[in-house]
Design a protein around this ligand. Structure first.
Ligand SMILES: C[S@@+](CC[C@H](N)C(=O)[O-])C[C@H]1O[C@@H](n2cnc3c(N)ncnc32)[C@H](O)[C@@H]1O
Length: 196
């Protein structure tokens, strides 16, 4: 596995990147492509792209490139008051610069709010997904989009599941898995790992 060194931002920890890559590797033989919803400056994307560079899998990245949207009641937490609309704003240019500097193949990048992404903008089959939109809607909307596309054996990793500052992420996952059962839900660091 790749060495995880100095990260481009503090939005994920080195331990989380290692877990994400370990889970990604488990899906190497699962058919389909890889998606990240909420890529920001590409902290995790550069590692995903490097891992996929000599495979037939393509990486698809999605972000508003306008930062976080408005919260809804499910997202409110006294521990998360620093998260405001427009926070975590990165430009597509900045992301591309980081990917180029990392010398990885350029992924397919889609700019837009997750609620406006259409099924045509999502790969037909998905083997691995990393969801890092922080909020209830920003996790639930990608779950809705990707679920019909997940191949048997696919893995979905959701960031901030165990982060009390961002309670919407866990609420979205818990609600979703009630009606869309998974084989296994594990929690490691702040990540939920869903085996489908
Ligand atoms: C925590 S950051 C992602 C960090 C990134 N995964 C990394 O490794 O650097 C959250 C990102 O999700 C994006 N985002 C959150 N909710 C969104 C939504 N509903 N639609 C589009 N982008 C959204 C924000 O713009 C921000 O870039």
């Amino acid at each position: 596995m790749q060495r995880v060194e100095k990260l481009l931002s503090d939005q994920v920890s080195q331990q989380e990147v290692r877990v994400i890559l370990r889970e990604l590797l488990k899906t190497a033989a699962v058919p389909g492509d890889v998606v990240e919803f909420g890529c920001y400056v590409g902290t995790t994307s550069v590692y995903l792209a490097r891992e996929l560079q000599n495979t037939s899998k393509q990486l698809f990245l999605y972000d508003s490139f306008a930062g976080l949207p408005e919260k809804r009641p499910e997202d409110n937490s006294p521990a998360g008051e620093q998260f405001q609309p427009g926070e975590l704003h990165a430009t597509k240019k900045e992301l591309i610069r980081n990917l180029k500097q990392a010398n990885v193949p350029l992924p397919k990048i889609t700019k837009g709010w997750f609620c406006d992404i259409t099924p045509e903008q999502v790969p037909p089959q998905i083997s691995f997904a990393f969801l890092d939109g922080d909020y209830y809607d920003s996790v639930r909307d990608p779950l809705k989009l990707i679920w019909p596309r997940l191949a048997p054996g696919a893995i979905v990793v959701v960031d901030d599941y165990a982060n009390e500052a961002l309670p919407g992420a866990a609420k979205a996952v818990n609600e979703w898995t009630k009606t869309h059962p998974v084989k296994r839900l594990k929690v490691e660091a702040s990540l939920a790992i869903l085996e489908v």
